[in-house]
Design a protein around this ligand. Structure first.
Ligand code: GA4
Length: 319
């Protein structure tokens, strides 16, 4: 069903579709087919029975809520985000703004521990919640990437997962807080439309919706929020490695008028010196190479020089 959207921009259409919800307790061969289909379709899917301990999630959520409930000046001690640390409204370094507060971390234990000193009165507790959460979710991301390789019939089934388990993996962890925008009758843009640059994103949110995906220009599909599930999406690097067979789809987050939305996202990325190029199995005479190979460092540099909504992967097209 497609309905005209009252917000945040009158020209948009809201399309109501159910994203695939994939039960990871089903047989592996079934799961791999469903995931590959989802990655080729909306590029987004939900997973349930994912095995991430409830306790790791609730500890992270409590710490996050404690932080975002602090006064503005207390929170500023952990900022500005350059790129890591606390940010409010400013996204990236090229003037993008949104109705969001966030904490951005890189994922090695030592920098997390260091960063938490300005975030919490009990930095050890905060930092162990972050590290434990990242570890558990990274394990799930690896599992999904191995299942994906199996589903693509790629003989080397760790071809994607080893990029994110590498000690040099350039992954990012983000805690988002979207305050209620009660003064406004409609939703506002919390985090503007963009694609994720990395390989795979795993996002968990509280029970307040706001995430929308855009399978085509001007059409937005709201994603139902399920705190017990993870929302998984393909990033640009995985689109390039699958020679465009998987799609890194544009998405955004809107605020809610009455309730605060909280989300936590692990963006799993490769090491800076890793080369992103289509797997040989994905390139055939019928499907010639779509993107020129690039290192993750090159891609990141390009990403950081552009605005949030700018399209980046297209700059690397072969034709
Ligand atoms: C989008 C995905 C992740 O949140 C992020 C974002 C990053 C940032 O907030 O610093 C970027 C954005 C994201 C893509 C374009 C650039 C970089 C803001 C921005 C304007 C942490 C990431 O890796 O890329």
């Amino acid at each position: 069903m497609v309905v005209a959207s009252p917000n945040p921009n009158g020209n948009e259409k809201i399309q109501l579709v159910d994203l695939p919800v994939i039960d990871l307790s089903l047989p592996r061969s079934v799961v791999s087919k469903l995931i590959v289909k989802a990655c080729e379709g909306y590029g987004f899917f939900m997973v349930i029975n994912h095995g991430v301990p409830k306790e790791a999630i609730s500890r992270m959520e409590e710490e996050s809520l404690t932080f975002f409930s602090k006064t503005a000046s207390e929170k500023q001690r952990a900022g500005p985000a350059n790129p890591f640390g606390y940010g409010s409204k400013n996204i990236g370094h090229n003037g993008d703004m949104g109705e969001v507060e966030y904490l951005l971390f890189n994922t090695d234990k030592a920098s997390i521990a260091q960063r938490c000193k300005t975030i919490s009165d009990d930095p050890t507790k905060f930092s162990s919640a972050v590290s434990d959460y990242i570890e558990a979710v990274r394990e799930l991301a690896c599992e999904l990437l191995e299942v994906i390789a199996e589903g693509l019939w790629v003989p080397d089934t760790s071809v994607f997962s080893r990029l994110i388990t590498d000690v040099e993996s350039d992954s990012v962890f983000r805690l988002n807080y979207y305050p209620p925008t009660s003064s406004s009758p409609t939703s506002k843009i919390g985090f503007g439309e963009h694609t994720d640059p990395q390989i795979l994103t795993l996002l968990r949110s509280n029970d307040v919706g706001g995430l929308q995906i855009s399978p085509q220009d001007g059409v937005w599909v709201p994603v139902t929020s399920d705190p017990a599930a993870f929302c998984v999406n393909v990033g640009d690097a995985l689109q390039a490695m699958t020679n465009g067979r998987f799609v890194s789809v544009r998405h955004r987050a809107l605020t809610n008028s009455f309730k605060s939305r909280m989300s936590m996202a692990l963006f799993s990325g490769p090491p800076l010196n890793a080369t992103m190029k289509a797997l040989p199995e994905m390139v055939t005479p019928e499907n010639p190479l779509v993107y020129k190979p690039f290192t993750w460092a090159e891609y990141k540099k390009k990403t950081c020089s552009l605005r949030l909504g700018d399209s980046r992967l297209n700059l690397f097209r072969t034709s």
